[in-house]
Design a protein around this ligand. Structure first.
Ligand SMILES: C[S@@+](CC[C@H](N)C(=O)[O-])C[C@H]1O[C@@H](n2cnc3c(N)ncnc32)[C@H](O)[C@@H]1O
Length: 251
């Protein structure tokens, strides 16, 4: 069993502050726009859902889904990030909870649960999927956005550099050996100086969700839209599917 290092890294003041700084940066704005709209689109014909934003961080997505007309609770293992979410979005409900431990919600309480880039932070994905399965209604949805494990970080390192940035060229991709990440017994890696995540392959993540009683409903590359020429240069990385969206249905 892996250690719960990721949650600890976000429970550290410097780690939590570093993540908030990223979310508020121009890159974070791009990330929220591209990932947030992919998630909202999956839910747009399903009004007034009860949604759990699981691993909500500073709360931007819970707030967005609230504004879309859903009833949302955001939960996260980091009290620091829950404090940020509460102060930014006082009308949305946020609370501290660890997804790998029994969750403080009723059986079948939610129509949908979202893991927005938080699945890779779970040291025990199997336990978290079982916990989320319990709090979802039968046929409830589990939506996950994940880093594409084949060429997103940590396998893919995307360098833009100032010249590429100024001239609007796409970032340059360097691929590191996939097997190196599989052979690391702890599977953890560090990013943004001090935050820890885990490397899971796509089949591992899908199989863990299937084993917890979900079925795979829909799979999508998350890329910028047809209007990307109107976007800032920072969107150009999103011409590549560095993120994937997976939608499961509770069985
Ligand atoms: C990459 S951040 C994503 C945050 C947010 N969903 C977003 O899209 O900005 C990963 C989040 O997972 C949370 N996390 C890590 N391990 C967790 C656990 N075991 N239970 C609940 N949250 C956890 C972290 O505190 C962090 O807020």
């Amino acid at each position: 069993m892996k250690e719960n290092l990721s949650a600890k890294s976000y429970q550290n003041n410097a780690g939590a502050e570093g993540y908030v700084k990223f979310i508020d940066s121009p890159d974070g704005e791009t990330f929220k726009k591209v990932l947030g709209s992919a998630i909202s689109r999956r839910l747009e014909h399903k009004p007034h859902l009860d949604i759990l934003d699981a691993g909500c961080g500073p709360g931007w997505l819970a707030y967005q889904l609230d504004a879309d007309g859903h009833r949302v609770i955001g939960c996260d293992a980091s009290p620091q990030l829950i404090a940020v979410a509460n102060s930014r979005y006082p009308k949305t409900k946020f609370e501290t909870a660890d997804l790998t431990m029994p969750l403080p919600y009723r059986n079948g309480q939610f129509d949908a649960a979202i893991l927005s880039l938080s699945a890779l932070d779970l040291h025990d994905q199997a336990a978290a999927f079982q916990n989320l399965r319990r709090v979802l209604k039968p046929d409830g949805l589990l939506l996950m956005t994940i880093v594409n494990p084949y060429y997103g970080f940590p396998v893919g390192v995307w360098k833009r550099g100032w010249w590429r940035f100024l001239t609007g060229q796409t970032p340059k991709l360097r691929l590191r050996p996939y097997n190196n990440f599989l052979q690391n017994p702890d599977r953890n890696f560090t990013w943004n100086n001090s935050l820890i995540s885990y490397f899971y392959t796509l089949p591992e993540q899908v199989n863990a969700a299937l084993a917890a009683g979900f079925s795979l409903n829909f799979l999508q590359d998350v890329v910028s839209g047809e209007d990307e020429k109107n976007y800032s240069l920072r969107h150009r990385l999103y011409r590549f599917p560095i993120f994937l969206l997976l939608e499961f249905k509770a069985g």
